[in-house]
Ligand binder design. Structure first.
Ligand SMILES: Nc1ncnc2c1ncn2[C@@H]1O[C@H](COP(=O)(O)OP(=O)(O)O)[C@@H](O)[C@H]1O
Ligand SMILES: [Mg+2]
Length: 355
């Protein structure tokens, strides 16, 4: 079993899009496994795409969040409500808040399930934070294992040790991101081609792993607390350059600069702290030298233009999407085979690297 979180301290880099594509393709190529997506972002973008896209996904989220006659929403917020009521006592109720995606989205594989995102996360965050404050000595640790508990509930419910879990996170370093990182074993860091991506990646390394960017720089309370409670942090599994095409030659070379900048940053961290990286595939030996490091930890995903938009809008994973005319809320658009071929191989290759 492995638990992956997609996180970067920056919005719009593709965390939600990649959660959708990677989780669906992983489920399709591993029909014998249960795949669980946990959406810890109040925007619920990954949930929207996974549950059927702009129209159907919205209907599904509303249906799960506002069930008529039911007190609790059947979303991640419903689960958090259970935890907020009695923060330090595990209700073992996770399975009540997980939905089979196929019930809402015919294009999804049978074996993918979701703890759906919910805008109520914003309203609950104060209560979740408060539950971490002094109370029992272990308050911080217990609250930060709530999502880990949910995953354990699903293992018990399915009587299945071998789950693969993908968690989509908020861009900012909120309590939910902290909880996600405490549940995750492996971290995937998407980044985009703009200049601020390098800063965002640096900030991930500093907030999560206490990597200092300058002498005397303060470390995050998260880093201090995870250390204090000897909690395991996720290991870096991959950094993923996302949306790489749609560029002329000059922007392509600008992008190359960004990738190299980020590679240098991450490679430096590797040399000083190899323990925070997850060597893969299982059984592989540690990379020696730059090219081997890059091939183990770096991935790139192209932009598939209209095909990407259609995939997200209709909730049809890019690897299952076919070329041709598509109806986007009454408007006809055309997906070209060439667009699909820009991204499908990247997603397939990246998913093949996920264990
Ligand atoms: N590889 C890609 N190709 C095309 N569009 C993409 C790709 N990755 C992300 N997008 C689009 O870019 C926008 C931002 O991505 P999103 O996943 O919402 O970012 P984040 O979750 O990091 O804030 C969305 O409209 C998404 O559909
Ligand atoms: Mg997002």
């Amino acid at each position: 079993m492995a638990v992956y979180a997609f996180w970067n301290n920056k919005g719009g880099v593709g965390k939600s899009y990649l959660t959708f594509q990677v989780a669906c393709e992983y489920a399709r190529t591993h029909p014998d496994r249960k795949v669980l997506v946990i959406d810890l972002c109040p925007q619920a973008n990954a949930s929207g795409m996974i549950l059927g896209g702009i129209s159907a996904g919205e209907v599904a989220i509303n249906h799960l969040a506002h069930r008529t006659g039911q007190r609790q929403p059947m979303t991640i917020s419903g689960y958090l409500d259970d935890r907020i009521v009695s923060p330090y006592k595990n209700p073992y109720s996770g399975a009540n808040y997980v939905t089979q995606v196929k019930k809402f989205n015919a294009a999804a594989p049978e074996n993918i399930y979701i703890a759906c995102g919910d805008s109520s996360l914003e309203l609950q965050s104060e209560q979740v934070r408060n539950a971490c404050l002094p109370g029992p000595p272990e308050a911080w640790r217990i609250v930060h294992t709530w999502v880990r508990d949910l995953i354990e509930d699903m293992k018990t419910f399915w009587n299945e040790q071998d789950l693969t879990v993908f968690i989509d996170c908020n861009p900012s370093f909120t309590i939910y991101t902290e909880i996600a990182l405490c549940a995750a074993e492996r971290l995937i860091i998407p980044f985009s081609s703009d200049g601020s991506s390098k800063r965002a990646v640096k900030s991930v390394l500093s907030l999560v792993y206490g990597v200092q960017n300058g002498a005397g720089q303060a470390v995050s309370a998260f880093y201090t607390s995870t250390n204090r409670f000897r909690m395991k942090l996720p290991q870096i599994y991959a950094y993923v350059g996302n949306r790489l095409t749609q560029m002329n030659n000059s922007s392509a070379s600008a992008f190359k600069q960004v990738v190299v900048g980020i590679f240098n940053e991450v490679y430096d961290v590797w040399r000083n702290n190899p323990d925070i990286f997850k060597i893969h595939p299982n059984g592989a030996s540690a990379p020696t030298g730059r090219p081997a490091f890059r091939s183990m930890f770096e991935s790139q995903i192209n932009d598939a233009n209209t095909a990407s938009v259609v995939s997200g809008a209709l909730g049809i994973p890019i690897c299952s999407l076919t070329a041709g005319r598509k109806d986007l809320s009454g408007k006809e658009v055309i997906v070209n085979q060439s667009q699909l071929e820009k991204q499908q191989p990247n997603i397939r290759e990246f998913v093949a690297s996920i264990e």
